[in-house]
Design a protein around this ligand. Structure first.
Ligand code: SER
Length: 633
């Protein structure tokens, strides 16, 4: 079945069952400064899952364009993609497990015709420490559904991924996993959830491609094993909890005002299952692109030297096409940088297939984009029409051309370095960062010339670089924290208290110019001309500790940028914010101690900071800019 057929069937199926079909939100999130791209169908629905009434009612369904940046490096194997469509259906305080699981099963087995004997399911094993019970209800529903298809579904208890690798299938059909596997929230497992975050146990459904187990992934195979035998095709989250207060474990969850269902299923994965193909790139939306590349490159997809390149081009250009149609342009920051990387990485692999392009008309990347536009334009109007066509194809072609120039210059530099007979890690790194010359190319060209490159050293340099740039993103979004653990969250709130205390003690000229928070300490850069005195430091510490003692609520409010500006909310110098912003105040807005633009997360009350705030270091970082490092002891 094609992707378009499955999507249509899914939406029709849920529409018949009383769901209103909402359109896909943009890949560029509107109200959420904490994330670069929309990565799941539930993301735009957070306010409704938290209890707000949705204008379209209590039953919603859609297919949501989704993009996950963290998967870029993984693309190239038979299952990872960056862009995907997530089929979603939601109950906002309406139906629950008894309806959701049978509908899903009916859809997959009767509408898509998946063989029920190839389906395996999971349920939440429960967590005594968090006082969360085992989801025997879902297991019982699954048991009955399988029985109707003549399958005796045994349930077995696994626990974690590691337990699975040890325990294996045990003749089971329904598998209980712990919260590391069968719990869903935007922040992941229960202990990573900030206060106010909704989440709940989930029940996943896996398709068995029947491949032999690959022992590199563990002694035994089980549904959550990554060896390639099983593929998760859908996940029903029973969104019924809200993280109450930090820290875990006791009593850290409350019930949401309503019990919700949040189902998400990977459309491309379901299509792969319907073809019984473990290679997701065999489905129509990819295979049409790959067919074109085979034709022009005269290389075979079955040739293991080239499979990765075919897949990377197909995935990256499909993703780039959608991202461009949502208004993103290639650049060196944030979304633009991700887009740039997608196009350049695809261009690099086009070269590997020796299909370097001389003009726009014969550019493989442009052709791949055109296939994508044709496939999707009826469902996604943003891809339709002359203007969209022009914007997409020209953006890709211009970026491809620019990259070719970069490569030409990088090539000269490479030749210069290589002429010495060896390439240091630092040289490969400079080639990459200063000249934009991809490391894979350095490796390949070096190999051709019989020159060794220090790969490990290069990776170490890269890691350092990534840490710095991640800190950059944190700083820009003011708390779209990469790490949302409890320790980091506490220091994040302490950071807000500190900025305000610095303004109280030093004056209103103090503005934040940078920040970085780890589990161990916080760091703030701020505008101030001279070294702080001992007395000033002591006074800042005293104020912060006083606010911790007072136990003030920390409140998140969403408002227009204009309103936030009127309230005098702190924002970082030079940072750009969307039209609607999230604001955190320490205390109610009308008498808050501190108000800042911020994506969170934060503790819900300053008393949760626990411990004493202590400044460890105060120093200059640039003219007129000071830096403080501080901890909670
Ligand atoms: N939110 C869940 C997921 O992303 C289900 O929609 O998997």
């Amino acid at each position: 079945m094609t992707v378009n057929e499955i999507r249509a069937k899914y939406l029709e199926f849920f529409e018949k069952r009383g769901h209103f079909i909402i359109s896909s939100a943009s890949l560029v999130p509107h109200n959420d400064p904490t994330t670069l791209f929309t990565g799941s169908g539930m993301q735009p629905l957070i306010p409704y899952l938290l209890g707000k009434d949705h204008p379209a009612g209590k039953r919603l369904a859609n297919s949501q364009k989704s993009f996950r940046t963290e998967d870029i490096e993984e693309v190239g194997d038979n299952r990872h993609t960056t862009f995907f469509e997530m089929l979603g259906n939601w109950s906002l305080g309406d139906y629950f497990k008894k309806e959701e699981l049978p509908w899903l099963f009916e859809f997959l087995t009767d509408e898509i015709d998946l063989d029920p004997s190839k389906l395996y399911v999971t349920a939440f094993a429960g967590d005594e420490r968090l006082k969360l019970s085992r989801d025997t209800e879902s297991a019982a529903i699954w048991k009955e559904l399988f029985a109707k298809k003549g399958i005796d579904a045994r349930d077995v208890v696994i626990g974690s991924q590691e337990d699975g690798a040890r325990l294996g299938m045990q003749g089971g059909r329904i598998f209980y996993y712990d919260a590391t596997k069968n719990w869903w929230s935007r922040a992941g497992a229960p202990e990573n959830m900030p206060a106010g975050e909704p989440g709940g146990p989930d029940s996943e459904i896996f398709y068995d491609f029947g491949l032999p187990h690959d022992a590199r992934f563990g002694d035994e195979c089980h549904p959550n094993c990554d060896c390639g035998r099983f593929l998760e095709i859908g996940n029903s989250v029973f969104m019924q909890y809200i993280k109450k207060s930090l820290p875990a474990p006791e009593g850290s969850f409350g019930l949401l005002p309503k019990q919700n269902v949040d189902f998400g299923g990977g459309l491309e994965r379901i299509a792969a299952a319907s073809e019984n193909s473990a290679d997701i790139f065999a489905i129509d939306v990819f295979s049409d692109i790959i067919g074109l590349l085979i034709h022009f490159s005269k290389k075979e997809y079955t040739d293991s030297r080239y499979a990765r390149s075919f897949r990377i081009i197909a995935d990256h250009i499909r993703a780039a096409t959608f991202i461009i149609s949502d208004g993103v342009k290639p650049s060196n920051t944030e979304r633009g940088y991700v887009l740039r990387r997608l196009i350049r990485r695809a261009a690099q692999h086009a070269l590997k297939l020796s299909v370097g392009d001389k003009d726009k008309e014969d550019s493989m990347l442009v052709r791949a984009a055109v296939v994508t536009i044709e496939k999707y334009k009826e469902v996604y109007p943003e891809l339709d029409g002359e203007a969209a066509y022009k914007e997409i194809t020209e953006t890709i072609w211009n970026e491809e051309k620019q990259f070719a120039l970069t490569l030409e210059r990088g090539m000269r530099e490479f030749e210069r370095i290589a002429s010495t007979g060896h390439i240091e890690a630092s040289e490969a790194y400079t080639l990459f960062t200063t000249h934009g010359f991809p490391f894979e190319m350095t490796l390949e060209l070096a190999k051709e010339r019989g020159i060794d490159v220090d790969e490990e050293g290069f990776k170490r340099e890269m890691k350092k670089h990534q840490e710095i740039s991640r800190a950059g993103v944190t700083q820009k979004f003011r708390g779209g924290l990469a790490d949302t653990s409890e320790k980091t969250t506490r220091l994040h709130t302490a950071h807000h208290l500190l900025l305000k205390a610095l303004q109280v003690v030093l004056g209103a000229h103090v503005k934040q110019r940078g920040s970085n928070i780890t589990q161990e300490r916080l760091r703030i850069d701020f505008s101030h001309g001279e070294k702080m005195s001992k007395e000033q430091l002591a006074e800042v510490e005293r104020i912060v500790n006083e606010k911790i003692q007072e136990g003030i609520p920390v409140i998140r409010t969403e408002m227009s940028k204009e309103e936030a500006e009127k309230l005098g909310a702190e924002h970082e110098f030079g940072a750009k914010y969307p039209e609607r912003v999230s604001v955190y105040s320490v205390g109610p807005l009308d008498k808050a101690f501190s108000i800042e633009y911020c994506g969170g997360p934060h503790v819900s009350n300053t008393s949760e900071l626990k411990g004493t705030f202590k400044i460890q270091k105060e120093e200059a970082v640039a003219a007129g800019i000071r830096r403080i490092k501080a901890v909670l002891q």
